[in-house]
Design a protein around this ligand. Structure first.
Ligand SMILES: CC(C)(COP(=O)(O)OP(=O)(O)OC[C@H]1O[C@@H](n2cnc3c(N)ncnc32)[C@H](O)[C@@H]1OP(=O)(O)O)[C@@H](O)C(=O)NCCC(=O)NCCS
Length: 143
């Protein structure tokens, strides 16, 4: 049985799912601090096992950033990603003001998945590129 679990994501589960899809490794301490500062987390569990995760960071009103949408590769294509996105967007809409800004950075090839939920690609007319700066060991995380 599939179950949506909100605000319970642990560093261990977060790290394990990210590792399954070869996302950048971060230490337990960094993951724990990041999750403590996260606005909203959601998991999809099947018989108690987490098979999908996602989270939102932001100011809780005007700006929301969707991060770490991950479905266990063994469970891809079964609607789990959609369940995660619908939970995230429902939660965001409870808090967002009018004309709030909901953003994300798609990994290569996942753009059509996010387009299903209304996201548009940048650059597009009137909107520049999305941009990112990755820190080095001596810098603090910027975005
Ligand atoms: C992207 C990801 C979350 C999708 O999860 P999923 O459970 O396979 O997606 P779903 O089965 O819920 O698919 C929902 C819809 O999106 C479509 N879809 C999913 N992935 C797609 C892709 N890469 N390209 C095009 N369409 C896609 C599905 O066909 C489905 O369409 P439908 O509702 O019209 O039938 C999953 O593939 C994943 O975890 N990828 C690795 C991690 C990653 O890159 N995450 C994105 C971080 S930005």
């Amino acid at each position: 049985m599939l179950q949506i679990v909100e605000q319970k994501l642990s560093p261990e589960v977060f790290m394990a799912l990210r590792e399954k899809v070869d996302f950048q490794f971060y230490s337990w301490e960094d993951c724990s601090a990041a999750l403590n500062n996260t606005f909203y987390t959601v998991e999809v569990r099947e018989n108690g096992k987490t098979i999908g995760i996602a989270r939102v960071v932001g100011d809780g009103r005007i700006v929301f950033f969707i991060k770490d949408v991950v479905v266990d590769p063994e469970y891809k294509g079964r609607g789990i990603g959609r369940m995660l996105m619908e939970a995230l967007l429902a939660y965001i809409r409870r808090y967002a003001c009018e004309k709030a800004y909901i953003s994300l950075m798609a990994t290569p090839g996942t753009e059509p998945f996010y387009e299903k939920f209304g996201f548009i690609r940048r650059p597009s007319p009137g909107l520049g590129s999305g941009m990112v700066l990755h820190t080095t060991a001596n810098q603090k995380e910027a975005g």
